[in-house]
Every structure is written in structure tokens, then in C-alpha cells.
Write a protein that binds this ligand. Structure first.
Ligand SMILES: Cc1cc2nc3c(=O)[nH]c(=O)nc-3n(C[C@H](O)[C@H](O)[C@H](O)COP(=O)(O)OP(=O)(O)OC[C@H]3O[C@@H](n4cnc5c(N)ncnc54)[C@H](O)[C@@H]3O)c2cc1C
Length: 463
């Protein structure tokens, strides 16, 4: 078996592995070996559905050294006034460019694409998926697991229900290549992928009555207009969250207050959502989604057979020629939070609320600039993505507390203020704006009570 020596072995060349590596080599003279079983960088974006776009502004995505997109607001279309969001092809091209020009061009990084990593006893072994050749990687400093939060996607994850012979079920990514035009599209899923499928079908001219939407749970979503790379907008959302929490007597009230503030959106105003992964959605998308009236709320799908779909709460007949669209992969996973700097590995996780690229870059910066794992873990405690409303409240508390801790370090604050991935970034001029100062005052007024109340709400068993 051949062997290779490196300072850092980073497994996973998705958004988190790329952002960590980029920030690390920017601040430390080290060699990194980046490994991925996929043949190129960018992780799940390589197999995402063709019409996917970033759900949030391009500026928040990618690596710290290299901006994704131009940073301009959209001037036309339904999202005029909001920041650009890259399409799949742009994200793929961006990561290709970052890998080849920035990372490999630095001379500090080796990329082993198409290579499966495994731990064999104490050894790290990588197997080429092309030649089958094995390489033992001798790691001088750290092993970095950049796969811990890797999302599951319909293209690579079978549906979480049985599919009988003859049943017509396809993942969302194959919607555009269906030859035999379906009579009805049965969209299965309650998350962002399902909303993308429905919006895409409707924008292609499909009558809403030809869509049946199977939603096991109702989702809360964040209004995209409130998640923009504008410091006053970002701080305003934190202020709204803390204000709503300090006055809320229940999780429902918290989310309803945030809805009244224009921060949270729900598809069906007559139902109280219990799901709170809170992907972002624009109000034009919400208007389209609300035109679909055939909604099946009978719990999770158990199986699809020709002519019918079986759910926890009953069986629904499907018209001849119906196509079931699989949008039911878990996407964001919630594995147990563990210290990011562990004895055997650095396990990349979120730290502040959401924004995985910024969090991975922050971990890379902290790895390069601190020399004690206890201190690194103090500065970067792990956060969760949140699935239920209680978990969402917990994510807010943990993320806001973490931001206060790492933001209190002058060098980190300076680095973060120069990093466009950081949604909390603000320069001196922006901080002097009346809208920013008003939001900062509201945060100061409500932080103590709001964080305490969020903590109480997070512990509620009904979350
Ligand atoms: C459709 C979609 C849209 C999204 N949009 C946004 C957005 O707009 N903004 C945002 O902030 N977040 C968004 N997200 C959230 C998403 O989690 C992150 O954006 C991010 O892409 C996740 O990156 P990752 O590096 O954690 O995982 P991945 O992209 O899955 O990368 C992990 C990599 O590890 C590799 N790997 C795993 N195990 C091994 C092994 N044993 N050996 C070798 N390689 C291995 C995999 O091949 C994979 O390429 C979106 C998610 C989805 C699914």
C-alpha cells in the first residue's frame, strides 16, 4: 500500500470541508489532503436537482477567500430588491474554480477525488474508486471529519417508503426528463425540496389542480427578505426573535409573533406548523404554494402501489397516470452535538445559528490561530440545525451565546467583519446607520429576558 504524509486530512469536499480548508491555509502554513468519494468538489451540489438555487444569498455561501457571485441585488424578476442566489451550475463552477485555482494553486492542498475514506484501526486509508488502489494517509496534525452534517438528498437516498412494482415514483431531479406526461404530480415532502418542486411545476404552467401535495407536517419557513446581507436586516431578525421570545408564553405564540413581524411564513394559515427547520422562502413562492388545494395530511407515506398511496392515517387513491415525486429525503441531519475538537477528530458542525459555510470557515480560522483544544471548543461550541420548534429555540440560544463568545475575541471579530459569509458582519459606517442602531438597542433591551425565555421554550416537551 502506498502512503502519503500530510498535516491535515480533511474528509469531505462539500461546502464545509472547502470552507474549513480555505480559512485554515489562509492563516497557517500547513499542508492539507482533501478527500471525497465524489470526483469533484461541492458535495451534494453535484447531484442536486437541475433547477435548485441557493436558498439564501450567494454572498453567504462558499469559502471566505473567494466571493460567490457579484454581490448585487436582483433588478428584475419576482425577487427584485433581494440579493442574488446562485443556481446549481454557478455553485458547481464556483467550487471547481476554488478547488483548482485557490486551493490547489496555493501548493498547500492535495485533492484526492473519487476516493473513499475509512478508518482502519489507527490508520486512515483512502481507496481510489477508479483503480481500487489503497493509500495510507499519515496525518501529522489533525483528521477533520467534514461529513458530519452532510445532507441526504433524493438523488442519492431512496424514498423512506415502500415502492411496489409498477408504481411510478421518481426523485425530484428527474422531473424534467419525464417522457410520459403525468396526469397528476403527487409531491411527497414538507421541506424546502418539496416547495421547490411545487414552485417549479407551477412556473412551468401546470394547473395547481394537477398537483397533490402530501405533507406529513406543516413547516415554518423564514421570509427570505429578512435574511439578507444587510447588517441592519440581520440584526433586526435577532431583535425580533428576542423580543418575540421575551413576550411569548408558548412555542406557538413565539412563531405567531414572528409571523406577525413578517419574519416567519407558513403555507396554510389555518394550521399551526410543528416543523421548524426554517429554510428561507420568498413571498412570491408562498403565493404560488398557496394555490395548491389538494393537500393530503394523513401522516407519513408508508408505501406507494399502482393506483394508491398508503399513509399512517389511511389510503388515498391515485388517478391513472399519476407520478409520485420523491422530495422526502431528510436533507439537514441532526446528529448528536459533540465537541468540534475531539480527541480523534475535528468534527465540523454549525456554531452560530445556521450558515454552515461561515461556521466551517470560523473553525478553520480558530484551528489556525489557537493552540489549545479547550480554548477552541470554548470559542466554537457546536450547535444544531433544529427540526422541531423547541430545537429551533435551542439553536437560537446556543447560536447567540456562541456569537457573543467568539465575537468578544478582537482578532476573531476583525476576521469575521471582513468575511462575507458572516451574516452578522458590519463595518463602522453600517454600525452608525440609524436602522442598525435601533436594532442593536432592541437586542440590548431584550437579550437577557429573550434568551432566558428561549431556553425555557427549548425545554418544552411539546416542541
Ligand atoms: C438542496 C439544498 C440547498 C441548500 N441551500 C443552502 C443555502 O442556500 N444556504 C446554506 O447555508 N445551506 C444550504 N443548504 C444546507 C447544506 O447542508 C449546506 O449548504 C452544505 O452544502 C452542506 O455541506 P457539507 O459539506 O456539510 O455536506 P456535503 O455537501 O454532503 O459534503 C460532504 C462530502 O463528504 C463526502 N463523503 C462522505 N463520506 C465520505 C467518505 N467516507 N469518504 C470520502 N468522502 C466522503 C461526500 O461525498 C460529500 O461530497 C442546502 C442543502 C440542500 C440539500
Amino acid at each position: 500500500m502506498r502512503s502519503l504524509q500530510t498535516d491535515y486530512l480533511v474528509v469531505g469536499a462539500g461546502a464545509m470541508g472547502m470552507a474549513f480548508t480555505d480559512a485554515l491555509i489562509d492563516h497557517a502554513d500547513v499542508h492539507v489532503t482533501l478527500v471525497d468519494r465524489r470526483h469533484g468538489p461541492g458535495g451534494h451540489w453535484q447531484e442536486a436537482y437541475p433547477f435548485v438555487q441557493l436558498h439564501q444569498a450567494s454572498l453567504f455561501y462558499g469559502v471566505a477567500s473567494t466571493q460567490l457571485g457579484t454581490g448585487e441585488v436582483q433588478r428584475s424578476g419576482p425577487e427584485a430588491g433581494l440579493q442574488q442566489r446562485a443556481r446549481r451550475s454557478e455553485v458547481q463552477a464556483y467550487y471547481d474554480e476554488v478547488l483548482h485555482r485557490r486551493l490547489l494553486g496555493s501548493g498547500q492542498v492535495t485533492f484526492l477525488g473519487g476516493s473513499e475514506h475509512r478508518v482502519d484501526g489507527d490508520a486512515h486509508v483512502v481507496t481510489s474508486r477508479v483503480t481500487g488502489e489503497e493509500t495510507r494517509i499519515e496525518v501529522r496534525r489533525r483528521f477533520v471529519d467534514a461529513t458530519y452534517l452532510s445532507p441526504t438528498i433524493p438523488a442519492t437516498t431512496p424514498p423512506p417508503f415502500a415502492v411496489a412494482d409498477g408504481a411510478r415514483v421518481l426523485p425530484i431531479g428527474e422531473l424534467g426528463v419525464v417522457d410520459d406526461v403525468p396526469t397528476t404530480y403527487v409531491v411527497v415532502g414538507s421541506g424546502k425540496t418539496a416547495t421547490d418542486a411545487v414552485v417549479w411545476l407551477l412556473r412551468n404552467g401546470l394547473d395547481p389542480d394537477r398537483i397533490t401535495w402530501v405533507r406529513a407536517r406543516e413547516p415554518w419557513m423564514l421570509n427570505r427578505a429578512r435574511v439578507q446581507p444587510d447588517p441592519a436586516v440581520g440584526l433586526g431578525l435577532s431583535a425580533d426573535t428576542l423580543t418575540a421570545a421575551s413576550e411569548a408564553s408558548s412555542l406557538d405564540e413565539l412563531f405567531l409573533r414572528l409571523e406577525a413581524d413578517g419574519a416567519m411564513l407558513r403555507i396554510d394559515r389555518s394550521a399551526l406548523p410543528t416543523m421548524a427547520r426554517t429554510p428561507t422562502l420568498a413571498t412570491w413562492e408562498l403565493d404560488l404554494l398557496r394555490t395548491v388545494e389538494n393537500v393530503v395530511r394523513l401522516g407519513r407515506v408508508r408505501g406507494v402501489r399502482p393506483g394508491e398511496i398508503e399513509l399512517d392515517g389511511g389510503v388515498v387513491a391515485l388517478p391513472a397516470g399519476a407520478l409520485v415525486v420523491h422530495c422526502a429525503a431528510a436533507a439537514l441531519l441532526n446528529p448528536p452535538s459533540v465537541p468540534i475538537w475531539g480527541a480523534d477528530a475535528i468534527r465540523l458542525q454549525t456554531i452560530r445559528v445556521g450558515f454552515p459555510c461561515f461556521c466551517a470557515a470560523l473553525a478553520g480560522y480558530v484551528e489556525a490561530t489557537r493552540d489549545d483544544d479547550g480554548e477552541r471548543n470554548r470559542l466554537c461550541p457546536p450547535n444544531i440545525y433544529g427540526n422541531s420548534r423547541a430545537e429551533w429555540a435551542r439553536m437560537q440560544v446556543q447560536g447567540m451565546r456562541a456569537a457573543a463568545v467568539f465575537g468578544a475575541e478582537p482578532d476573531i471579530a476583525e476576521w469575521a467583519d471582513g468575511c462575507s459569509l458572516n451574516p452578522g458582519r458590519a463595518d463602522a459606517t453600517q454600525r452608525a446607520e440609524p436602522s442598525f442602531r435601533a436594532a442593536a438597542q432592541r437586542v440590548a433591551d431584550h437579550a437577557e429576558r429573550g434568551l432566558a425565555r428561549l431556553g425555557e421554550l427549548a425545554a418544552l416537551p411539546t416542541g
